[in-house]
Ligand binder design. Structure first.
Ligand SMILES: [Zn+2]
Length: 267
């Protein structure tokens, strides 16, 4: 079994949207009308000592509002790995967009790790602007404010270790408080980019995702992710269906649903 500061890392797919095109995902996309589906994930960081969940996805009501297809709730996805959401103590919320910060009620025992700048953004004057407000759900934001009043939000600013071998790293760019997560694994440091990099292609071809608060921070963020990771290959984008193809399922029954990120990619 691994040491206390070394973890297994899982990506759990809970939703997808097939009807999406390259220009929806890449600024200055070539072949811009070609299909480019997007997947939705939450992540689990696990060893004998602790379980840390990264992001809480969204529920079926939110999916219906936005025309997304949810296959399972994040809670149900975690249960496939034997993780009881009700017993999870630490949840990182990388940012407050609707597809990362719903279903907080499924984690009644958790504290939520959030960047200060994200809460400021989601509750401040810029939410009067429709173009910035669109990716947020007011219900999710209010649910997080309630957790603040319950003393269950841990605020972070900058780069901080939240457990041995698990770091939060402020990146910004996509949203002001966007944070990514580094995890020590047997194959070296893996970085869960979340939406600091949606697709491999955003980072590899320097084509930013179109929802961007600060372009310079998004672009310099990719360099930061690479510098944190063991290799560029150890940076895991937040929405790329290729993640499901590149990494192995932990067991055959979870093929197409869960992959393991702390082991070498296939092939
Ligand atoms: Zn997202």
């Amino acid at each position: 079994m691994s040491a206390a500061d070394t973890y297994e890392v899982y990506a759990i797919k809970y939703g997808t949207m097939q009807n999406r095109h390259r220009h929806d995902n890449l600024i200055m996309a070539d072949d811009h009308a070609a299909p480019m589906p997007i997947d939705y994930f939450v992540w689990a960081i696990v060893n004998k000592e602790r379980t840390i969940v990264v992001d809480t996805g969204f529920d079926t009501a939110e999916a219906a509002r936005r025309g997304r297809n949810v296959m399972r709730s994040p809670r149900e996805g975690l249960a496939l790995l034997g993780i009881d959401a009700a017993k999870v103590r630490d949840v990182v919320v990388t940012h407050l967009h609707y597809d990362h910060a719903g279903t907080l009620e499924d984690f009644p025992g958790a504290r939520f790790h959030l960047n200060d700048l994200e809460m400021n953004f989601a509750t401040g004057r810029l939410m009067c602007e429709g173009v910035l407000r669109y990716p947020f759900s007011v219900d999710h934001v209010c649910a997080m404010v309630r957790r603040v009043f319950e003393g269950r939000v841990v605020f972070h600013l900058g780069d901080e270790e939240i457990a041995p071998g698990v770091g939060l790293h402020h990146v910004g760019g996509h949203t002001p408080g966007m944070q990514s997560v580094s995890v020590k694994t047997k194959r070296g440091m893996v970085v869960l980019a979340s939406d600091a990099c949606h697709f491999y292609e955003n980072m590899e071809r320097s084509k930013p995702f179109p929802i961007v608060f600060h372009m310079e921070d998004m672009i310099s963020g990719w360099a930061k992710l690479r510098s944190l990771a063991e290799s560029p290959q150890h940076v895991i984008p937040g929405h790329d269906p290729l993640v499901m193809q590149r990494y192995p399922a932990p067991k055959s029954a979870l093929e197409g649903v869960v992959v393991r990120l702390d082991v070498k990619p296939k092939g």
